[in-house]
Design a protein around this ligand. Structure first.
Ligand SMILES: [Fe+2]
Ligand SMILES: [Fe+2]
Length: 265
């Protein structure tokens, strides 16, 4: 079994297609992953399976690879989260999760902005420009930059999960460029299409980070690295001055007008 633990999951699924359905049962969508260089052992770690789930999952996979044979399955090593707080995130990771809250508030406004889309009038164009300003200055320059310039430097950039995060950020930037081009061309359909695509991308992206990336990184980092991260995040915050307050005020201003009734909690 050890040799398969160190093999790429894509290759294993190709050789043993039934493994894909087993992974699906645990909501581990490795087959649709576009890159596919994750090793079988990484999957257990990245998705943080409980020891019980790990045992059952690995037993089922071993049953597919070695039908009818007794197989010894090595247990994955598990690390406790260094400096984890109440909710299970370390302080720097909790900070990033908290920053997602404001980004999710903007993302929640996109359907209302699309419903009221007007690329001709100044107020109509203004709300698109404000949204793009939020995305570029808060979501990207303030938050994604913390991830790219600081957090992800602590990870192996060849891992699928890390490549996916970078790819999502780049795709988000491409949608923003397309929104601005659509606005310049007075092309309402293009603005609508790329706003919607940005909404879908960021919703999934934040979920990946909150549920998979951050908890996984928390388990990789030492208490010293967690401390370093926290102080580097604080330094970045100082550089960014009143960015959080400024963009929270923008969201507070946009919400009464664009928050759809069904989205109000
Ligand atoms: Fe991100
Ligand atoms: Fe993020």
């Amino acid at each position: 079994m050890q040799e398969y633990l160190n093999q790429g999951i894509k290759g294993i699924i190709k050789q043993f297609p039934a493994v894909e359905n087993i992974l699906d049962d645990y909501n581990i969508g490795c087959a649709p992953c576009s890159i596919g260089s994750c090793l079988l052992k990484d999957i257990i770690d990245i998705h943080n399976l409980s020891p019980g789930d790990e045992e059952v999952l690995m037993g089922r996979i071993a049953g597919v690879i070695y039908p009818g044979q007794e197989v010894t399955i090595p247990r994955m090593e598990r690390k406790a989260v260094a400096g984890a707080g109440q909710k299970g995130y370390s302080p720097p990771m909790k900070k990033l999760v908290d920053e997602h809250v404001l980004i999710k508030r903007l993302v929640a406004l996109i359907p209302g902005i699309i419903d009221n889309l007007d690329v001709e009038s100044e107020p109509g164009r203004g709300v698109i420009k404000d949204s793009v300003d939020f995305i570029r200055s808060y979501a990207d320059k303030y938050h994604h930059a913390k991830e790219e310039d600081i957090l992800l430097k602590y990870a192996d950039e060849n891992l699928d999960i890390i490549k996916t995060i970078y790819e999502d950020h780049e795709n988000g930037r491409a949608h923003v460029r397309a929104i601005l081009k659509g606005l310049a061309d007075r092309d309402e359909a293009a603005v609508r299409e790329h706003l919607k695509a940005y909404q879908e991308l960021l919703t999934e992206h934040i979920k990946k980070e909150d549920e998979i990336l951050y908890p996984w990184l928390d388990r990789q980092l030492s208490i010293t690295q967690i401390g370093e991260l926290f102080s580097e995040f604080n330094r970045k915050d100082e550089e960014c001055g009143d960015t959080p307050e400024k963009y929270e005020a923008l969201i507070n201003r946009l919400e009464p007008e664009y928050k759809l009734k069904e989205a109000v909690k």
